[in-house]
Design a protein around this ligand. Structure first.
Ligand code: SF4
Length: 302
């Protein structure tokens, strides 16, 4: 089966585009097909680099993954099983760390985790790596002991709707992807819960929550004032609740439409979603470059 690179929108795509157009090119176009054995060398390299994760992203995704597992098994067991999942998470992180340090991801980039810090030979002390593991354990414990009993356990599983799914809806005839951590629907309306493991930046987190709201409004066909959203920080245990108003829905629709328009302007052929690398400028922000997965192949540094 041939896969087609279909144009779509997501908050992370928008962020990458805003950070650096050339990075956006590598991520969404220059690495396309890099999973094939016969991919050209540079495409394969871009694909390997695209898959790298920083240690902070690694911890965030791992915690999300284990929270999802904990919630999904809860209705059958009636036990959140913190000890068991903490142990499994430690095992997984240990194995992933070792495989990344060995460079196994270069052979199997879609299956084996590669850490940015290993690929770019960053000198991270053992203490710092241990801190990342401790952070993951703290987040999982906080979730099991504080957030779960307060926010999830009281909701009858028959009202649970979505747990960690990649979902799509349309804006301006373009598929928009959102990933919702936990969502339930009862007689009061729809509640969307978003687990955070770090500090959220207000503007971007507002965009994300408004995307979730727009999705819920369309998907459940529910009035805007019946949608409640909550950011739950599994690191600090603090929650921030927000509700939707029509102005926020208008804002996010315009925001997505404008972002789609700017991305489409860069295409050589809109109907085929094709591009030319040289059309995508480099960022001037040296900090973005310092943490960019694609430094090794970026012409700005060669
Ligand atoms: S190294 Fe810098 S200019 Fe090159 S793609 Fe990355 S962020 Fe953009």
């Amino acid at each position: 089966m041939t896969l087609h690179n279909i144009f779509s929108w997501s908050k992370s795509r928008d962020e990458t585009f805003r950070e650096c157009p050339r990075q956006y090119f590598f991520h969404y176009y220059g690495s396309w097909g890099g999973w094939e054995n016969n991919a050209p060398d540079r495409v394969r390299e871009a694909y390997i680099l695209k898959k790298l994760k920083s240690r902070h992203i690694w911890v965030g995704e791992t915690v999300h993954h284990f929270i999802e597992k904990m919630i999904k098994q809860y209705p059958a067991s009636q036990d959140i099983k913190l000890e068991e999942f903490s142990h499994k998470m430690t095992e997984q992180m240990r194995n992933e760390f070792k495989a990344s340090r060995n460079g196994d991801y270069r052979k199997f980039p879609s299956k084996v985790l590669g850490l940015y810090e290993h690929e770019y030979g960053q000198n991270i002390s053992d203490e710092k790596w241990k801190e990342m593991h401790a952070l993951a354990l703290r987040c999982l414990t906080q979730f099991a002991n504080v957030l779960f009993p307060e926010l999830v356990q009281p909701v009858d599983p028959e009202y649970w709707q979505i747990i960690e799914h990649l979902l799509t809806f349309e804006v301006d005839q373009t598929p928009v992807y959102v990933k919702i951590d936990f969502c339930y629907k009862n007689s009061d309306g729809v509640s969307i819960l978003d687990w955070k493991t770090g500090k959220s930046e207000d503007v971007d987190s507002d965009i994300q929550l408004s995307c979730y709201g727009l999705f819920a409004h369309q998907h459940f066909n529910i009035p805007i004032d019946k949608i409640r959203m909550m950011e739950c920080n599994v690191n600090t245990g603090k929650n921030k609740e927000s509700s939707l108003i029509p102005a926020k829905i208008d804002f996010i629709k315009h925001y997505i439409k404008n972002s789609i328009g700017r991305m489409r302007q860069m295409l050589v052929d809109v109907s085929r979603n094709t591009t030319t690398e040289e059309d995508f400028p480099f960022t001037d922000n040296e900090r973005t470059c310092r943490f960019c997965n694609f430094q090794k192949i970026c012409p700005k540094f060669s």
